[in-house]
Design a protein. Structure first.
Length: 225
């Protein structure tokens, strides 16, 4: 129904407000953007072909971020400056090693994902620059070949610090204990980086505020911020 209404606006240059009976004439130029393949949507029958051709008068193809690795240093610098001001931080930039990681990542979320990762890194940064450990697990899990490294690479840093116990506890108990320690460490660090703000810490950890509160209660963590 919405496609039909939009098509009418484009063809007839008129519409009615919701609940209204008066026809309103308009003289507008419409600029649209999408990250979907509308041609395939037309073939599937989920997008009207007449609307597609009305919208596709002057197409402009934007190259995805994964194919513009050379732009990442400048974009990263822009976002560092942006979030320094917003978060009252003084991060001076991104190390060469961290930039290399960013340039090797495949960026399914394009620039919005880069913006999110830089914001998170600034919150996590302990020093004057963003370093590799400040980056998200998704970026760190990717190999230099441009493909995700899989489970092995994503947990390598954790596995390196796990000692095989000599006691009687089995694998499940050890994994559960190690997971709890890791969760505690990440939550404490997120709360520290956000000044004890549970909402911001939850956003940083990509869980709901309620979920973080429940996890803190489970781990017997108190927010001293």
């Amino acid at each position: 129904a919405m496609q039909v209404k939009l098509l009418r606006v484009l063809q007839e240059c008129e519409f009615e407000r919701v609940g209204g009976i008066k026809t309103i004439s308009v003289d507008v130029r419409l600029v649209t953007a999408t990250n979907r393949d509308l041609k395939s949507k037309v073939a599937e029958g989920t997008f009207r072909d007449d609307l597609y051709y009305r919208l596709n008068v002057v197409p402009i193809m934007l190259v995805p971020l994964r194919d513009r690795a050379g732009d990442i240093p400048e974009l990263a610098e822009f976002f560092v400056d942006k979030f320094n001001k917003r978060l009252k931080k003084s991060v001076t930039g991104v190390t060469a090693e961290a930039l290399h990681r960013l340039q090797q990542y495949h960026w399914p979320g394009n620039i919005r994902e880069l913006e999110n990762i830089i914001e998170r890194a600034i919150l996590f940064a302990d020093g004057s620059q963003i370093v590799e450990p400040d980056l998200s697990p998704e970026v760190l899990a990717q190999t230099d070949g441009g493909q995700p490294g899989g489970v092995g690479s994503s947990v390598q840093s954790v596995a390196e610090h796990v000692e095989v116990p000599l006691g009687s506890e089995g694998l499940k108990q050890q994994v559960k204990a190690a997971t709890s320690r890791l969760e505690r460490e990440l939550i404490v660090r997120a709360l520290k980086q956000t000044g004890g703000n549970v909402t911001h810490a939850a956003r940083l950890l990509k869980i709901s505020r309620k979920g973080l509160q429940l996890k803190m209660k489970e781990l017997e963590l108190r927010n001293s911020g």
